[in-house]
Ligand binder design. Sequence first.
Ligand code: SAH
Length: 467
Amino acid sequence: MDYLPIFCQLQHKACLLVGGGEVAERKARLLLDAGAALTVNASQFNPQFRQWATEGRLTLVVGEFNADLLVGKWLAIAATDRVEVNALVYQCANQQRVFCNVVDDPKRASFIMPSIIDRSPIMVAVSSGGKAPVLARLLREKLEAMLPQHLGRLAHWGGALRQRVKQHFADPADRRRFWERLFSHHRLAQSLANNDAALAAQQTEELFDTPQRARGEVVLVGAGPGDAGLLTLKGLQQMQQADVVVYDRLVSDEVMALVRRDAERIFVGKRAGQHCVPQEQINRILLEQAQRGKRVVRLKGGDPFIFGRGGEELETLADGGIPFSVVPGITAASGCSAYSGIPLTHRDHAQSVRLVTGHAKADGGLDWATLAADRQTLVFYMGLTQAAEIQCQLQAHGMAATTPVALVENGTSCRQRVIEGELAQLALLAQQAASPSLIIVGSVVSLRSKLNWFASHSAAPDLAKMA
Ligand code: SAH
C-alpha cells in the first residue's frame, strides 16, 4: 500500500494553501467545505479569494511564501504555477512535519487528494496513487452513477436511530437485520428524498414493529427496449438489490446480465413452442414471493405502464396488502424512434403521436377515422400479425397509400433492423419482420434518410421477389 487512506477532521484547524489561481481556488473550496481555518498565501489572488476574505471565511497573506507561514498548521497545499515555489513549500512542510500536498506532483507530496463522491455523511474516495488519474476519474463516475443521491439522508436518518436500535434489539443479529432492511428500504429512501419526514417515520416504525416477520415488496421496473445503456439508474439499483427477479421474453440478455448474481431468476415469458405463463399465474408468483419476505423485482420490457399489464399486476399486490413501487423505463416507441432516426413529432410533420396496440380487437376495436387523420404519427405495438388490417383500415379511412411507414425490429439492440416502405406495402413488409417489431406510420419516417445515426441493418423491401 503506497498511501494510507484516512479521513481528516479539519473543522477549525489551521491549514495553509499557497497559490491564488484557479487550481488553488478548487482546493480552497474543498478545505472550506471541510470547515478548515484557512490561510491563503500568494502574490496575486483570483476575485473569488477576495470575496471569501471579505466574507471572513479565510485569511489572505499577500507576498512571497516563507516557512513561518507553516507554523502551527495541520496541513498545507502548494498550488502555485511555479515549480520552485511548490518544491520549497513541500521542503519546509516536511521539516516542520506538516502534511503537504503538491498539486499535480504526487512525488512531492506527503498526502494526496482522492477523487470523491460526496453523499455526506457517506464519502467515497478513489485514488490511483497518482498512477492513473483518468482511470480513477472513470471509476468515480461509475460510482457516482451507482450511489443514489439520497444516500446521505438515509445515513443521517440511520444515525439518529442508533441509540434506540441498540435498546430495542438485544440480539446483535436482529440489529443487523434491522439495519439491512432500513438501508435497503426503497420506499423509505424515496420518502426521505421527498422530505416527507412523517411518512419516513411511519415506515421506520413499521420496521421496528415487525422486526422478525420480514415483509417483502415488489418493485416493478421498466427494463427499456433492449440496449442495457437505456436502463435508468434507479432500475439498475433495484436489480442489484433484488432477491428474486421475475422477467419475460422482452427483457434483453444484456439487461439480465446486470441482475445481482445471487438473485433467483423466474422466467414467465413464452419459450419456443410453449405457451406464455398466464397472467393470473404471474400475479400469483409475485404475491407469493413477496409474502415469503422477498424483495421482488418484476422486470418488464420497455415501460411497465405502456402495454405492459403492469397495472394489472399491481392491482393484485394492492389487494394482497403487499407494498410496491414503480420505476419507469424507456418504452419501445422512444427507443426505436431514437435509434432509427425517426423523430415521433416534428413541427413540419406531426403535432401529436399516438401509441396504439395492434391487439385491440378484443377490447372493442380502434377508432380508425381519428387514427387516419393528418399531421400525427402512429406507433403500433404488437402490430405484426395485424399489419394487413392496419393497412386496410387506414387506407379505407382516407390515409394516403404513399404515407411512409417503418418497421423497427429488435429496436436499440445490436440486431436492430429497420424496414421502410409505404402504407400500401405494410402487410407485405410485415411478413419480412420478426418479433418484437414496432410499426411507425407517418411522414416523420421520411426524416430517417437524413437522421439515421445508428448502424443498424436497413432493409429495402424486395417486393418483386415476394409477389
Ligand atoms: N411495455 C413495452 C411494450 C410491451 S408490448 C414497452 O413499453 O415497450 C410488446 C410490443 O412492444 C412488441 O410486440 C413490440 O411491438 C414492442 N417492442 C418491445 N420491444 C421492442 C423492441 N426492442 N423493438 C421493437 N419493438 C419492440
